[in-house]
Design a protein around this ligand. Structure first.
Ligand SMILES: *[C@@H]1O[C@H](CO)[C@@H](O)[C@H](O)[C@H]1NC(C)=O
Ligand SMILES: *[C@@H]1O[C@H](CO)[C@@H](O)[C@H](O)[C@H]1NC(C)=O
Ligand SMILES: *[C@@H]1O[C@H](CO)[C@@H](O)[C@H](O)[C@H]1NC(C)=O
Ligand SMILES: *[C@@H]1O[C@H](CO)[C@@H](O)[C@H](O)[C@H]1NC(C)=O
Ligand SMILES: *[C@@H]1O[C@H](CO)[C@@H](O)[C@H](O)[C@H]1NC(C)=O
Ligand SMILES: [Zn+2]
Length: 952
């Protein structure tokens, strides 16, 4: 192990003054950090903001025939494939973009059967003597003849019934020829388009996770059906073909009278179908060999490469790969690493083995035009994807029910990789904001679900899609981080490395990792944990939710209880562990870490001072809360930045759960006028955002704004001063983020000089579009406010700049800024644009609707829009799209009246026949949340109005 991280994210929760002794710090380790930090960052791989949960199986009939089951039988296992694909980048005479191909798979029969089931979806198969495939025996002996063959659409199979049984132990060869549409549907092998120098360009690219390889060629499309793939791609002159393996050879040929290039790739390692990738484009690349002759390349549009937008990604890839080689104690298993930025991509990024694909915003960075936030995103997404090259790709989970381990793991270690690449950024601190707090919010609902569903609960493609949710990513990351912390990192990585080396090129279930970690514990002298890794972790993975740990400083007792945001909600799902956890608590005495303490039951007796680490919230007795508040107000720097952020977040959430009062939570924001650090501010703003959403259509809003204005003004002035009247950029990484907060909130709450500043910057830009005076860090904020303050001209200018943008992240900020206008007809027209892919790319449609819904004026328009066009929207995005469930949760976020609840219920009823696809649970959650919001408003509105009024 080269670099060892001591993860002492002993995130302070507060100070606790005990009777006899001086000070004790209760420190809850920040634990959860997922990857879905950016809204439209959704993917199998990098998920959206979806808060959906997995559905129980909804089998409406009992499957009788093998082909009615979504899972493959265990009779045949693939060994290797030869796949040839020819995507056409020009439409045929019918105006259709297509691809053709043929594939040969060698498979072994391990259990006698006269039936071959192989996945195939939306492919037109050539028939040979009336059958959809040709079967032979590998050794030349005769194979059973095909009796009947057909395509089973529902379960996505090609079914071949044979005249006699296949022989156990024998290997067979199945050949298919097929033709499919190269659609712009972002699934399987698909088409992406863009315009460069006025010329329309077409790219063929692919997204296989989770179940789209079968839409590209017939294959045994389950993650455990690993095989070796030898790929050949036919493509036209002037284009380059890429796949998982390194290109071996390119020759010219004439096929069907067409001149083509034939590129063959080295056979892959033994791998899963969902990690395959095929790309044909005229992209350019840059490369380096700095990692021991490993070929590292970044591919993108020519213009982007010319503009050096790929340089930063190339710079960090080598170091991040080296970091993981050390961390996993396993060398990079392939001979090359390609990363490609695509103009159209549904997810944020996808970890195809050796050929990782990204949205442009997740890979490209322009030193002049990109913001600090853009740069951080590039670093963390690359770090996340490269983590999968081992964890996920080399060793793969048996089935999708264990997805949380794959995604949770990558979401955890991405911070370690990013920290290695950018040591000055304090990446490991950011974890608490982007992940812990976020998943706490979802996992505190009665409708949450355990990390690890049973294998039988996840069958259909839609159920698999639903696994890509915040719980899998963020809670997965949280509990793995807690595990790494209480085992200590050296022990954790020893177990991890042993797991990866044992199961290389194979498949596992998540308890295999626990086995190896347990061995690592047993091989460590003097290491002791209160129970096995299995027994400790089962409580975190098999039951939903997390505890709130209450510390009574008077008696020294600590106790735990299942934390629920709505204390009246009924948890229908019983837990075999009765909602208690093994809670690792660390003690800190006068700033010195003491031996670990475990809270194993509902209550325990603690000694003097505690320092906790884990995935849980902390509450205190009221006296201690008062001491904390007074410390914040008199000397907030006595608490660490993370402590301050955590106090605020815990207080607001404990208040939502009625464990403490709402005014106690609000009081934690009083010291903010003195706060200059980003993390506490961001924590407070996120919590106050709930108040803004609930009140921005009510009389409370005036007082709320006045209070926020008072609190933000000093921060605004602070940044004005340290940036020499906004001409410079603050030096610190997170200070740059807080400058953005200062401007955003100051403008939102009516600080007049903020409005002038923004308006004048934007006007200067409109007068001279070739010269944008706005610093890249501030662009998103400034564009949005300038459009909100402005009229039609400001909007049209943003639209023109959007159409012109050559950098994807610039286009993306303009796209969200246009949703900020307060002019209803502009918003309605913009909503219509989302239905026209020549105006708004399909990958961006649902997030654009969400941006509009965030605007208080746009919300009802967006709601009407999706209601009126539900069947169309559902048909376009509802099947496998990961941003789809966040569309429903996004648009209904403000819902807090009885009338809106009725509308929501009616919407559900009216569209039962259409369905809600991967948004099914998001809709249930929206109803649950709206109900809770109505209750909260009734109980708190008067108090909150009074408090804000008195505090201003
Ligand atoms: C795949 O192609 C290779 C190279 O042409 C050939 O040797 C091999 O027999 C083929 N395998 C199958 C199953 O057709
Ligand atoms: C596949 O066959 C169907 C039915 O004949 C046809 O409508 C469709 O266009 C075909 N697809 C391709 C890509 O040729
Ligand atoms: C990439 O690294 C080179 C060499 O260290 C450096 O000069 C360049 O500025 C870096 N590029 C970016 C975009 O960070
Ligand atoms: C579960 O918790 C409840 C409430 O604290 C308690 O009354 C009950 O005895 C517990 N049951 C078991 C099996 O531990
Ligand atoms: C600060 O900037 C504003 C707006 O750009 C400008 O009007 C003002 O004169 C500047 N003040 C100083 C002291 O530079
Ligand atoms: Zn991932």
């Amino acid at each position: 192990m080269g670099k060892v991280y001591y993860i002492s994210k002993n995130v302070g929760l507060g100070m606790l003054v005990l009777a006899a002794i001086a000070l004790a710090t209760i420190v809850a380790l920040s634990i959860a950090y997922d990857k879905e930090r950016a809204k439209n960052h959704g993917k199998p791989g990098e998920g959206t903001d979806s808060t959906s949960t997995s559905t129980p199986p909804t089998t409406d009939f009992t499957p009788k025939e093998p082909w009615d089951h979504y899972r493959l039988p265990h009779s045949l296992v693939p060994v290797s494939y030869n796949v040839t694909l020819w995507p056409r980048l020009e439409p045929n005479t019918d105006g259709l973009y297509i691809f053709t191909g043929h594939s040969t798979v060698i498979f072994k029969c391990v259990k006698g059967t006269d039936l071959i089931l192989i996945h195939s979806n939306k492919l037109n198969l050539t028939t040979f003597q009336g059958h959809h495939a040709k079967l032979s025996r590998l050794n030349g002996a005769p194979a059973p003849a095909i009796r009947r063959s057909w395509l089973e659409e529902k379960t996505e199979y090609l079914v071949l019934q044979l005249h006699s049984s296949l022989a156990v132990g024998a290997s067979y060869v199945l050949h298919t020829e097929f033709r499919g549409e190269l659609a712009d549907d972002l699934e399987g092998l698909y088409r992406s388009e863009y315009t460069e120098l006025g010329v329309k360009k077409v790219v063929a690219t692919s997204q296989m996770q989770a179940t789209y390889a079968r839409k590209t060629f017939p294959c045994f499309d389950e993650p455990a059906m690993k095989a070796v793939f030898s790929v050949t791609i036919l493509h036209s002159h002037g284009t380059v073909a890429l796949s998982n393996g390194r290109e071996m050879d390119t020759t010219d040929a004439v096929i069907d009278g067409v001149q083509v290039k034939v590129t063959t790739f080295e056979p892959t390692k033994r791998m899963s179908t969902y990690l395959l990738a095929f790309i044909v484009s005229d992209f350019d690349s840059i490369q380096s060999n700095q990692n021991h002759n490993l070929l590292i390349r970044i591919w993108a549009r020519k213009r982007a490469i010319d503009d050096k937008q790929g340089d930063y990604a190339l710079n960090v890839t080598g170091p991040i790969l080296q970091f993981y080689e050390h961390y996993y104690n396993a060398s990079y298993p392939l001979s090359k690493s390609d990363q490609v930025a695509l103009p159209d991509f549904n997810a944020g990024a996808m970890e195809n083995w050796g050929l990782v694909t990204y949205r442009e915003t997740a890979l490209l960075y322009d030193p002049v035009l990109s913001s600090t936030g853009n740069k951080e995103r590039v670093t963390t997404v690359i770090s996340h994807e490269l983590a999968h090259m081992w964890f996920g790709n080399l060793v793969t989970l048996q089935w999708w029910n264990d997805l949380w381990l794959n995604e949770g793991f990558a979401s955890y270690v991405e911070y370690l990789g990013a920290d290695y690449a950018e040591p000055t950024w304090n990446m490991k601190d950011q974890i608490i904001l982007y992940d812990v707090h976020k998943v706490f919010a979802v996992d505190a609902l009665a409708s949450s679900h355990p990390l690890s569903p049973r294998e039988e609960e996840v069958n259909t493609p839609a159920q698999i899609s639903e696994m890509f949710n915040t719980i899998s990513y963020s809670k997965g990351a949280a509990v793995l981080r807690m595990l790494s912390d209480f085992l200590t990192e050296p022990v954790f990585v020893r177990g991890l490395s042993s797991y990866l080396n044992t199961f290389a090129f194979g498949n596992t279930v998540y308890t295999d990792l626990w086995d190896h970690l347990q061995q690592a514990v047993e091989n460590t002298p003097h290491m002791s944990i209160p129970d096995t890794v299995h027994n400790i972790m089962h409580r975190w993975t098999l039951q939903m939710g997390f505890p709130v740990v209450t510390v009574d400083t008077k008696t020294g007792t600590i106790s735990q209880k299942h934390f629920l945001l709505d204390p009246e909600s009924v948890v229908e799902r019983p837990s075999q562990f009765n909602y208690t956890w093994f809670v690792p608590i660390k003690w800190m005495k006068s700033g010195v870490e003491q031996q670990q303490y475990w809270l194993l039951q509902r209550t325990g007796l603690g000694a003097a001072e505690h320092n906790m680490s884990g995935y849980f919230r902390v509450n205190y007795d009221l006296d201690n809360w008062d001491r904390l508040l007074s410390l914040l107000n008199t000397n907030h720097k006595a608490l660490s930045v993370i402590n301050r952020a955590q106090i605020v977040d815990d207080a607001f959430n404990l208040a939502r759960a009625k464990i403490i009062s709402t005014t106690l939570a609000l009081r934690t924001t009083q010291y903010l006028s003195k706060e200059r650090d980003y993390i506490p501010w961001e924590s407070a703003l996120r919590n106050l955002n709930y108040y803004i959403l609930m009140f921005d259509r009510t009389e409370v809003y005036g007082a709320l704004q006045a209070y926020l204005r008072k609190q933000i003004q000093p921060l605004f002035e602070h940044f004005k001063t340290i940036t020499d009247n906004w001409t410079k950029v603050p030096a610190g990484h997170t200070d740059q983020y807080n400058q953005i907060n200062a401007i955003a909130i100051a403008c939102n709450t009516g600080v007049e000089s903020c409005r002038e500043l923004i308006t004048s910057w934007y006007r200067q830009w409109m007068e001279n579009p070739g010269h944008n005076p706005i610093h890249s860090n501030l662009k998103s904020t400034v564009y949005c406010r300038a459009v909100a303050f402005g009229g039609v001209d400001e909007w049209e200018f943003a639209w023109a700049m959007f159409k012109n943008a050559t950098l994807a992240s610039e286009a993306s900020r303009l796209r969200s800024a246009m949703a900020c206008t307060k002019i209803p007809w502009l918003l309605n027209r913009y909503l219509d644009y989302t239905l026209d892919p020549t105006k708004i790319r399909k990958q961006d449609a649902t997030s654009t609707i969400q941006y509009i819904a965030e605007n208080v004026v746009g919300m009802p328009l967006a709601w009407n829009f999706i209601r009126a066009r539900w069947s169309y929207i559902f048909q376009q995005y509802g099947k496998g799209s990961f941003s789809f469930s966040s569309l429903v949760s996004g648009v209904t976020k403000r819902f807090s009246t009885e009338f809106e609840l009725q509308e929501l219920k009616k919407f559900k009823e009216d569209n039962l026949h259409v369905g809600f696809g991967s948004a099914t649970l998001a809709l249930e959650q929206a109803i649950e949340k709206t109900t809770a919001n109505i209750k909260w408003l009734t109980e708190n509105k008067a108090n909150v109005l009074k408090w804000f009024t008195e505090s201003t």
